[in-house]
Design a protein around this ligand. Sequence first.
Ligand code: TYD
Ligand code: MG
Length: 455
Amino acid sequence: MAKAKTMFFCSDCGGSSAKWFGRCPHCGAWNTAVEEVAPDSGGGKPGQVQMAAVKPQPLNKLAVDKCPRYTLGMAELDNVLGGGLHAEGSLLLGGEPGIGKSTLLLQAAQAAAKYGQVLYISGEESAQQIAERALRLNVMCDNVYLLAQTDITAALQQAAELTPALIIIDSVQAAYVPELDSAAGSVPQVRAVAAAAIAFARLKRCALMLIGHVTKEGQLAGPRILEHMVDTVLYFEGERYNSLRLLRAIKNRFGSTNEIGVFEMGEMGLQPLSSPSAYFLQQRQSRISGSAVACVMQGSRPLLVEAQALVAPSSFANPRRQALGFDYSRLLMIIAVLERKLGLPLGNRDVYLNIAGGLRVDDPAADLAAAAAIVSSFKDQALEDNILLLGEIGLLGELRSIGQEEKRLKEAAAFGFKAAVVPPGKRAPSTRAAALKRLETADLAQALRVLSLSG
Ligand code: TYD
Ligand code: MG
């Protein structure tokens, strides 16, 4: 018998090559080559034009019947989807193992059941295990069907017996197509499983949700190739030992990718957090040194977060600098500016910076709050309680303007903040967020004077 032909696939982009490669010729990633049995190319020479039965039509003559949306019972989820799940759309939900993908979609299954039958195909857990979880989550309705099956062809045959409004596949890495020799979870398998499910959902005109695990580097393991096969790609993020979960749209054919959903994982599954700012500030103590509040944008949403700093004498030759939820190199930059521009002697002190609540902040508008928290801890002197700090710090110690200031000030005003230290505005500040006093400061030194932290 002839030896099966193998090829090398990039586990990142799915690109193929007949020869082994150290660096992917398609996407340039290193060490991503995996050897797989070459999938049957299915006849036809590459590039050969197939005679299509479908004719081009003038755009303005096309009859448009707007596809309905399924609302999934949680506003945080529906908003990220751009107003509910498209009734004929396909979605990929990515996230690290254990983050709560199965939980989220099981909860969504219950809400979708009011539109028709929902089939949950699980390759990861047995029907018994899912039933137990469903019981705990209170997901109990007639229209949700469970199928524990890893063979996707057999699963879709079963699905054809129903008239599903929604099919959920948990997960694309666990399912396999029996025609392919390669192992479940390999690039050709993942691609084939997704293609089969998408084709079936199109035929049945139902919605499809695929769950995909991501690797430690934050990429959908192998199936980054899936991102362009589906209409919507959502990522579920969070720290495993923290209950905060963020849902982000990476791609959305039916809405913007600017929205995020915020959830808390609890005893009863995922609870939407409609007011995340309240969650981030809930444990904030008043009048304590080393704490400052900033307002960061996550998508189009302003969130109030507390920056906490601890400055302590160092017993190391190289003092420690540690950032949690904050960019490490930005922290080093802020420390350098504080040392050089304000003469703060941090060279023999350890500096720890943490964003309370488990959020990862990459909005430079939080720079000023981080700097003020460090100075406040250094001097052991607390800031006023109801003051918001906004501004990006430049290398010269200047405060640079930030986007969407008004939205941020409004959010702070709603939480009872009385004043905000902000960079100089381009426009006259007169009518903005009236409830809040705007204190414009040109540089870090001036901001610290306003906060009574200088000297
Ligand atoms: P799960 O949905 O299985 O994650 P994934 O499908 O992304 O791998 O959720 C995993 C974790 O969530 C599990 O460690 C326990 C926790 N969890 C809760 O804290 N509360 C709950 O109600 C549920 C269902 C899970
Ligand atoms: Mg799971």
